[in-house]
Design a protein around this ligand. Structure first.
Ligand code: G3I
Length: 366
């Protein structure tokens, strides 16, 4: 019965945006088939955002590039690219001292062909580590971390605009998370990672990146604030903080509260990026039309908060179409509440959804 309801919802939501639920229906992006892939296509997100001086970003994956609609729509709509998995430790250093950069190279080259900025993601994270890392003692781990940062950041020296140097180091209580092997090195590992990244690529802007730090007054937000404040005040080369913005419609701060929170971090002299935006609609009450409308409202609030704070320099959506979202995988979708999540700007047939038009209107000040 549940499967039937879910498929019914999927179909009805897709129908509500006027398109078949069938993936790969073959129809070109309705946004602008003629302009697909052209960097200055009028009416696109990237074009509309130009006057705001914000980059419009998307997380891309090499394994989706075989469908020509994927690179075409990405290049048309976005001027910033984050490799979804290709620059993570398990992808770039599968074995100790043996590096693999081909997948990351492909995405950097794609970005350069289409006048897209690259946000490197991510040098030091407790997830997607190569298995060999977990068996190291503290001194081996510190050496391995410094070598990893140096080699990976050097690979694309001068070609990465911003790095997420350290990702998700803080837990829900605002302390260094205990399930990260790097925590055993003490808090200094974070400054060490930033210094190593800066030495490897002095022109890259270096960010700390985390999720659930969007609300103004939570223990985690306070912990992240104190972390980056200490780094900044200690003269560590940190230039910005990334707010992932994985929206949870069951409890999400208002645009005003997000703006107030962003302003507090900006006062530290940091740049701000909204780095992994998605808005799952499964838990939003109401019929398909209501879900899609609420999804657009929530996304507009995120965009509005960024536009209201000059230090907020870019907004990245965590995937291109609903078909490509991490929340559409059997591994992650069920862990994040009721599905189908359908969290992104384009549907499975690469068609723009109401949330796309909502974001476009917010960028245009409409
Ligand atoms: O590479 C293997 C492949 O060889 C294997 O065949 C396949 C099936 O088992 O798995 C592949 O690895 C998957 C990887 O994505 C690449 O596709 C992992 O199982 C899967 O867990 C991994 O998921 C990624 C997730 O991070 C891991 O935590 C998602 O794609 C990615 O969107 C997600 O992104 C993170 C950000 O980096 C940090 N912020 C949170 C965000 C969501 O978790």
């Amino acid at each position: 019965m549940k499967v039937f309801l879910m498929s019914l919802l999927t179909f009805s939501v897709a129908a509500c945006v006027g398109k078949s639920a069938a993936p790969n229906s073959g129809s070109p992006p309705v946004a602008n088939p003629a302009g697909a892939g052209t960097a200055n296509a009028s009416g696109s997100l990237r074009e509309t955002a130009l006057p705001t001086k914000r980059k419009m970003g998307v997380a891309l994956a090499t394994y989706f590039m075989s469908d020509a609609r994927y690179p075409a729509l990405a290049a048309r709509e976005f001027d910033s690219l984050t490799p979804e998995n290709e620059m993570k430790w398990s992808a770039t250093e599968p074995n100790p001292g043996q590096f693999s950069f081909e997948a990351g190279d492909r995405l950097v080259e794609f970005a350069e062909q289409h006048a897209m900025r690259v946000r490197g993601h991510t040098l030091v994270w407790h997830n997607q580590l190569s298995p060999w890392v977990k068996g190291l003692n503290e001194s081996e781990l510190k050496s391995a971390m410094l070598r990893h940062v140096e080699r990976v950041a050097s690979r694309w020296k001068g070609r990465i605009a911003q790095w997420d140097v350290v990702n998700e180091a803080v837990d829900d209580q605002g302390k260094l998370r205990q399930n990260s092997p790097f925590t055993a090195l003490g808090p200094s590992y974070i400054a060490d990672a930033f210094r190593a990244a800066h030495e490897a690529d002095p022109n890259a802007l270096l960010f700390y990146n985390d999720y659930e730090i969007e609300a103004y007054d939570s223990p985690k937000t306070r912990g992240a604030y104190e972390l980056v404040k200490d780094l900044k005040e200690s003269g560590v080369p940190i230039h910005g903080i990334g707010f992932q913005m994985h929206v949870d419609p069951r409890g999400w701060p208002s645009a005003d509260e997000m703006q107030k929170n962003l302003e507090r971090f900006a006062k530290l002299g940091l740049l701000l990026e909204l780095t992994e935006i998605d808005v799952p609609l499964g838990e939003i009450p109401g019929d398909a039309e209501r879900k899609l409308a609420r999804q657009s409202e929530l996304a507009r609030g995120v965009v509005h908060a960024c536009l209201a704070v000059p230090a907020c320099t870019g907004l990245t959506f965590w995937g291109l179409t609903d078909k490509h979202s991490w929340l559409s995988t059997p591994e992650w979708g069920p862990k994040k509440g009721r599905g189908p999540h359908l969290p992104l700007l384009f549907d499975e047939s690469y068609q723009p959804k109401p949330v796309y038009h909502g974001v476009l209107a917010e960028l245009a000040g409409r």
